[in-house]
Design a protein. Sequence first.
Length: 221
Amino acid sequence: MFKEFSIGKKAISLVMLVLILDQAFKIWIKTHMMIGQEFRVFGDWFIIHFTENNGMAFGMEFGGKIGKIILSLFRIIAISGIAWYLYRLVEQKANRGLILSVALILAGAIGNILDSMFYGLIFNESYGQVASLFPPEGGYSSFLYGKVVDMLYFPVIHGQYPHWVPFLGGDDFLFFRPVFNLADSSITIGVVIILLFQKRFFGTKEDAKIQKIKTDESIAE
């Protein structure tokens, strides 16, 4: 549907690249590591730590089995909405940065819903064993009940709260605690770029004309 737009092709290519990298990394983790297993990439601040979650991004949980199915269905609806919005942006020849940022968000959303949709069907459990892809006995769960694979862990700062801090004094402090994946990163990067450049992305057509005039004047000088 993006044939006539070169930026549309770039957006599709970006979505496909993120999905391929995200799924390849997750499949490698599932077929080479057990839950809780980890190895250090760069000292104590970048660790590959295998975990799974039933819910939202960065390992957050949401409402047990009922919450899981509600969240999965919501994600599918949200992905459809984001895809439609991306199509409209391309059709309207919106800012390229905005288009590619939305493409990153779409790729991340699809990456995580694929785990929920299919991983329970194609993998067995990773507790106490390395999971097998397409095991003879079948997967560990059913459609839409798969767990999202997380592995990126950046415990950059580790210490203790000062004793004078209410309720937390003396407790361990760890930044950044959540374990996440490439799909989560893709969503976060897309959102942060939009927030940082929202004036440029969502400026009026009049603003764009003024900016073009200033640019032309600068070139003429």
